[in-house]
Design a protein around this ligand. Structure first.
Ligand SMILES: NC(=O)c1ccc[n+]([C@@H]2O[C@H](COP(=O)([O-])OP(=O)(O)OC[C@H]3O[C@@H](n4cnc5c(N)ncnc54)[C@H](O)[C@@H]3O)[C@@H](O)[C@H]2O)c1
Length: 240
């Protein structure tokens, strides 16, 4: 039997990390890391560490094939010094640096639609569009995309940045949910499908892809994401 792929998930105690871990079951050999303890690790190797510490990042990347970097402060109103500097800047650099130093194959970086949030709302965003953040949190995600590009093209690390939309459950969409929210919606199930493709698709030096569901109108264009990764989202926030 072939050996399981070794996947590190940072921010594994968080909302997306917890859902994705349940989705994966025992498909990969998982290592989970977070600054807070991870409830119910189910036999997975776990690390409680602050990724703004470069040595901690080196320790958790050692021996891993793929890194899914979810750890961050995810709040759009987050403040630079208090909330973002450690979690969304230092930790991002440390993870790319450690992944490269430790010989990991690929880093998948959880970027956000907030990296391009200041484009006019009547203009569909494409992956090749330059960042245009509408808040400092979005600027931290644009930093992660740019730094990923550096590590890919200058240091040879495979990097995929996902501009993730508003994550939720399709069942929680209400008749009164605003049109704009529906246009940026991505279900946990579709995002998990996209993570699967990002882990499994070979030969991608660098890519920025969009993480939305199959919404009838999409604030970010999914054409390139579908073509590059074979991503097939199932949910449509306008179907409710
Ligand atoms: N939830 C969304 O709608 C959404 C949308 C776009 C992008 N994202 C991005 O997806 C990722 C996961 O989001 P989430 O909703 O699960 O957020 P979350 O807050 O539930 O999870 C983030 C986890 O990161 C951990 N963390 C924070 N700082 C850390 C540090 N210094 N060292 C180690 N761990 C640290 C937290 O303890 C937390 O468990 C984040 O990068 C977020 O910016 C989320």
């Amino acid at each position: 039997m072939s050996e399981k792929r070794k996947l590190l998930i940072t921010g594994a105690a968080g909302n997306i990390g917890s859902y994705y871990r349940a989705h994966l079951g025992d498909r990969y050999a998982l290592r989970l890391a977070d600054i807070v303890p991870i409830a119910d690790p189910s036999g997975c190797e776990t690390f409680v560490c602050d990724l703004s510490d470069p040595e901690a990042a080196q320790r958790i990347c050692a021996g891993m094939d793929t890194v899914l970097h979810l750890a961050a402060n995810p709040h759009t109103h987050a403040e630079f010094y208090k909330d973002l500097l450690d979690a969304n800047f230092k930790a991002v650099y440390n993870i790319y640096r450690a992944a490269k130093d430790q010989g990991c194959r690929r880093v998948i970086f959880a970027s956000s639609i907030n990296a391009v949030g200041a484009y006019p709302r009547d203009r569909q965003i494409r992956p090749e569009d330059a960042p245009r953040p509408g808040n400092v949190y979005g600027a931290s995600k644009a930093f992660g995309e740019t730094l990923g590009s550096y590590f890919a093209f200058a240091e040879g690390l495979s990097v995929i940045c996902i501009r993730i939309g508003a994550v939720g459950h399709l069942e929680h969409i209400k008749k009164r949910s605003p049109h704009y929210y529906r246009s940026i919606f991505v279900s946990y199930a579709d995002l998990s499908r996209l993570f699967d493709r990002c882990i499994e698709t070979p030969d991608i030096p660098f890519a920025i892809v969009h993480g939305l569901s199959n919404n009838r109108f999409q604030r970010m264009d999914l054409t390139a994401t579908r073509q590059l990764l074979g991503y097939e989202p199932q949910d449509d926030a306008f179907s409710v």
